[in-house]
Each structure stands twice: as C-alpha cells, then as structure tokens.
Design a protein around this ligand. Structure first.
Ligand code: ZN
Length: 140
C-alpha cells in the first residue's frame, strides 16, 4: 500500500519530524506486521532517523554546513545554484529509511524519530510511504 503526504518547508535548511505522518499511514493500511519504507522524491532533501532535540538539530545543521559549505567552486552551479544541497543529500543522507512495524506500531527506539531534511527550501515536498506486510504474518 502506497501513501503520500506533503511537507511544506519554510526555510532553506530545515529538519522536520514526520514520524506522526508515517504512523498515520501505518494505521490507515491496517497492516499489523511488516515494514514501512519512507522515501523522499527529491534530489535536495534527505531522510534520517535520530533524536528530535533542538540542540542536536542545530549541531547537525552546523556540521553539515561546515562539511559541505554553500559557497564553493561547484560545477553544478554553472546550471543551478544548489550544488551544496545535492552534495549534502547524496553524501550525508539517504532518500529512504525503513522502519519495522509490529502490532501496527512503528518500532522506533525511545528517542528515535523519522526526520525529513530540507536542504534547498522553502518548497513543497512529497514523501512516499510504502507499507509492506511481512509474509510470515499474513494479514486476515
Ligand atoms: Zn540542482
């Protein structure tokens, strides 16, 4: 079952907690055991699983900007102005995360949240969630 939701970002760089959107998709699917594949369909966004804590979010942003600064002599900037965003997405993040589902609940650790990372906002972004039942636990 494939679900889609929109993330409307407000800043150039922004980290958004999308855990509740994904859990809603799991409930809607009525799947009790399986996996949720979360996928962002954009080359200048990424996903990660980590703690949603203000200080940590600022640390992540600062380190990403330090590792891959906005202003460098990037070739992609000959045709666009966002090479840094593509590089951060491809080198530091993934377009997908996978989370196990048990008893219709995402099996995240206590401090784990599913985080959407905007690297070239503000924009409207689309996130897909594919809910796949586990064959060892066939649904009724
Ligand atoms: Zn580009």
């Amino acid at each position: 079952m494939l679900y889609e939701f929109m993330v409307r970002t407000k800043d150039r760089f922004q980290i958004i907690d999308i855990t509740d959107n994904v859990q809603r998709a799991v409930y809607r699917s009525k799947v009790k055991h399986g996996i949720a594949v979360v996928f962002t369909r954009h080359t200048t966004t990424g996903l990660m699983i980590n703690e949603y804590e203000r200080g940590l979010l600022e640390d992540i942003e600062a380190r990403m900007k330090e590792l891959i600064p906005c202003d460098s002599d990037y070739l992609h900037n000959r045709i666009d102005n966002n090479a840094h965003a593509h590089l951060r997405a491809s080198l530091l993040l993934n377009p997908e995360v996978v989370v196990p589902i048990d008893q219709a609940e995402l099996q995240l650790g206590t401090w784990q949240r599913i985080l959407f990372v905007e690297l070239d906002g503000p924009r409207e972004r689309n996130v897909y969630v594919m809910i796949c039942p586990c064959p060892e636990f066939p649904e009724e």
